[in-house]
Design a protein around this ligand. Structure first.
Ligand code: SF4
Ligand code: SF4
Length: 141
């Protein structure tokens, strides 16, 4: 996909807030635990934040022109991420602050079906998948 240079994170910090997992300078964060460096809704070390994962991670809203502009993570409280498991690519939607909006899920399912994209999404904490038989047969335990 071509990067959408018009899109910027702005005040969004969804990928720092403890919805996704990562590790910043040896301090891990995960679902339910925000990054150690997130303070008052901002990165307290912005400018000196690590290359990996902070500068390299880009959610799908930021980089994939197919994702509608209204789906900015801090507007929909969900994060679209590109993932790979056992050589199979898939799109993941992570709830980030509230139950996944039905209009977001509807859009994602239509998009996945139209483009033969594997999709994993959480709704109300439960994980669901649609996609190829090979994708559905992967061992997720
Ligand atoms: S979730 Fe996406 S838009 Fe928000 S800060 Fe992270 S990369 Fe930027
Ligand atoms: S170091 Fe800053 S940019 Fe990186 S995850 Fe933590 S708060 Fe976010």
């Amino acid at each position: 996909m071509e990067a959408n240079l018009a899109r910027e994170c702005g005040t969004c910090t969804k990928c720092c807030e403890g919805w996704l997992h990562g590790n910043a300078y040896g301090k891990p964060f995960w679902r339910g635990r925000p990054c150690h460096y997130l303070s008052a809704g901002k990165c307290s070390i912005y400018g000196n934040h690590p290359e990996d994962p902070c500068k390299t991670f880009k959610c799908q809203w930021l980089t994939n022109n197919d994702i509608p502009g209204w789906m900015k993570p801090d507007d929909i409280n969900a994060i679209f991420t590109s993932r790979t498991k056992d050589g199979l690519d898939y799109l993941e939607i992570t709830e980030a602050g509230e139950k996944l909006h039905v209009e977001v899920l509807s859009w994602a399912i239509m998009y996945a079906l139209q483009h033969n994209i594997n999709l994993q999404y959480a709704i109300d904490g439960g994980t669901n998948r649609i996609g190829s038989s090979a994708f559905l047969a992967l061992n997720w335990s």
